[in-house]
Ligand binder design. Structure first.
Ligand SMILES: NC(=O)c1ccc[n+]([C@@H]2O[C@H](COP(=O)([O-])OP(=O)(O)OC[C@H]3O[C@@H](n4cnc5c(N)ncnc54)[C@H](O)[C@@H]3O)[C@@H](O)[C@H]2O)c1
Ligand SMILES: [Zn+2]
Length: 371
C-alpha cells in the first residue's frame, strides 16, 4: 500500500508600480517609504555603474536627508554584463551589507540589465529577499521594470538562467530619461511599439504621432502619457499570467527571433533594436499569410524607422532565424507560439512558421531596404 501526501499552496503577490516625479528630491517621500522604512542601519543599493556616476550623489543625499545610510555595489553596464558572476557579486554585497530576510529591501537602480542581474541575486540570496526597483531607461520603465522576471545570459543564450521574483515596489521617474542617449530612447520605443501593436491601437497612434520628435535630433522629452499608457498595457498583459503558466504571451511579440539576433550581434545592436527587427520580420510574415494588410505592415516599419530603429540588418540570415525559432519553441515548451499581428492592436498565435516563409519575409525586408 502506498502512502502519499498532496501539497497545495498559493502565494499572494501584490506590488505597486508608480510614476513619481522628482524621485530623488528629499521632499518626495515615495522612495523613503518604499525602501528606507524599517530598522535603522545601512541599506544596499545595486546600481548600474554609469547610472551611479550620474545620480549617485543625489541618491546619497536623499538617503542622508532621511536619516539613513547606504552601501553601493556598482555593476558593469551593458548586455555583456548580464552574467552569473555579477549575480554572485551582488550576493556577496548583500552578505557584507547585512541584508535581512524581510525588512531591508535592496534598491536596484538602473536599466533592464541591472534589474535582471540584481533581481536574480535578490531571488537567490537566502532564497529571496525583497527588492525595490528604480528603472532608469525607457526599456526598464515600461517593460523590464514592471513584471516579475529576472535573468542572466548563459551558454550564449539570452536570459537562459532566471527566476520569477516580484519586487516590493517599482518607482518610475521619467526624469531619468534626460541623460539617456538617443539609441536608448529608440530601444525603449521598440518595446512601447511592441505592446501597442498587440494590445492598444490608440497607443500605437500616440507613438506614431510623436516618434519623430522624440527620436529626432532636437529630441523632445518622451511624453509622460506614452510611459504611462505603455506601463498600463504591459501590466494588463502580464498581471494575470505572472508565472507564465500560459505560454501564449502577447508580450512575446517581437521576442521570437530577437534573442538570437541580439546575441549574434552583441554588443552592436541594443535589445530594443533586436526587438524592432523581430517586429519588422513578424509583420512581413503576417502579411505573407494574409493576416496583416500590406499597408499596415509597411506603416509599422515606417514608424519603427522613424523611431530610429532598424527594420533590416546584415546579421539576419535564414539560418539564424530558423535556429532562433527552434530555440523559442523549446522555451515555449515545444510549440512555436509565435504572435503574429492580424491588425494594429490585435494578434494571434501560430505554430507552423516554415523556413520558406522566413525566406520570403526576409527577402521582402531586404528588398524594402534597397528601395
Ligand atoms: N525581465 C524582463 O521582463 C525584461 C523585459 C524587457 C527587457 N529585459 C532585459 O533588459 C535588458 C535591456 O534593458 P535596457 O535597454 O535598459 O539596457 P541596459 O540596462 O543595458 O541600459 C542601457 C544603457 O543605458 C545606460 N543607462 C541606464 N540608465 C541611464 C540613464 N538614466 N542615463 C544615462 N545612461 C543610462 C546603461 O549604463 C547602459 O549602458 C535586456 O537584457 C533585456 O533582456 C528584461
Ligand atoms: Zn524586450
Amino acid at each position: 500500500v502506498s502512502v502519499s501526501w498532496r501539497v497545495e499552496s498559493t502565494r499572494r503577490i501584490a506590488y505597486e508600480v508608480a510614476i513619481v516625479g522628482d524621485l530623488l528630491d528629499p521632499a518626495t517621500p515615495d522612495l523613503a517609504a518604499a525602501w528606507l522604512d524599517g530598522p535603522p542601519g545601512r541599506r544596499l543599493v545595486v546600481a548600474d555603474r554609469a547610472v551611479w556616476e550620474l545620480y549617485g550623489e543625489r541618491l546619497r543625499a536623499y538617503v542622508r536627508a532621511h536619516g539613513a545610510a547606504c552601501e553601493v555595489i556598482a555593476l558593469d553596464p551593458g548586455e555583456g554584463a548580464k552574467r552569473i558572476d555579477q549575480v554572485l557579486a551582488v550576493v556577496a554585497a548583500c552578505d557584507s551589507a547585512g541584508v535581512l530576510r524581510r525588512q531591508t529591501p535592496i534598491l536596484v537602480f538602473g536599466g533592464g540589465v541591472a534589474l535582471d542581474v540584481a533581481g536574480l541575486a535578490a531571488s537567490l540570496y537566502r532564497r529571496g529577499v525583497p527588492w525595490v526597483r528604480v528603472p532608469t531607461t525607457l526599456v526598464a520603465m515600461i517593460d523590464a521594470g514592471v513584471g516579475v522576471k529576472t535573468g542572466v545570459n548563459h551558454l550564449g543564450r539570452k536570459s537562459l538562467i532566471g527566476s520569477y521574483h516580484p519586487p516590493a515596489a517599482v518607482l518610475v521617474d521619467p526624469g531619468f530619461m534626460a541623460t539617456l542617449d538617443r539609441v536608448e530612447i529608440s530601444a525603449g520605443l521598440a518595446e512601447a511599439i511592441k505592446i501597442a501593436l498587440v494590445r492598444d491601437a490608440g497607443l500605437f497612434e500616440l507613438i506614431a504621432g510623436s516618434v519623430a520628435a522624440i527620436a529626432g535630433p532636437g529630441r523632445s522629452p518622451v511624453d509622460r502619457e506614452l510611459v504611462s499608457r505603455s506601463i498600463a498595457a504591459m501590466l494588463d498583459e502580464l498581471s494575470d499570467n505572472l508565472w507564465e503558466e500560459r505560454l501564449e504571451r502577447l508580450a512575446d511579440f517581437g521576442h521570437t527571433f530577437s534573442p538570437g539576433i541580439e546575441m549574434a550581434a552583441l554588443p552592436r545592436l541594443s535589445h530594443g533594436a533586436a526587438v524592432a527587427l523581430d517586429i519588422a520580420l513578424s509583420c512581413a510574415l503576417a502579411s505573407g499569410r494574409g493576416l496583416l494588410a500590406d499597408r499596415d505592415g509597411e506603416r509599422i516599419r515606417r514608424v519603427l524607422r522613424g523611431a530610429g530603429l532598424p527594420v533590416c540588418d546584415e546579421v539576419i540570415s535564414v539560418e539564424l532565424l530558423v535556429a532562433a525559432l527552434e530555440a523559442a519553441a523549446r522555451h515555449r515548451d515545444g510549440l512555436q507560439r509565435v504572435p503574429l499581428l492580424t491588425g494594429i492592436g490585435s494578434a494571434v498565435f501560430v505554430n507552423d512558421v516554415s523556413e520558406g516563409e522566413l525566406e520570403t519575409a526576409l527577402a521582402l525586408l531586404r528588398k524594402e531596404a534597397e528601395g
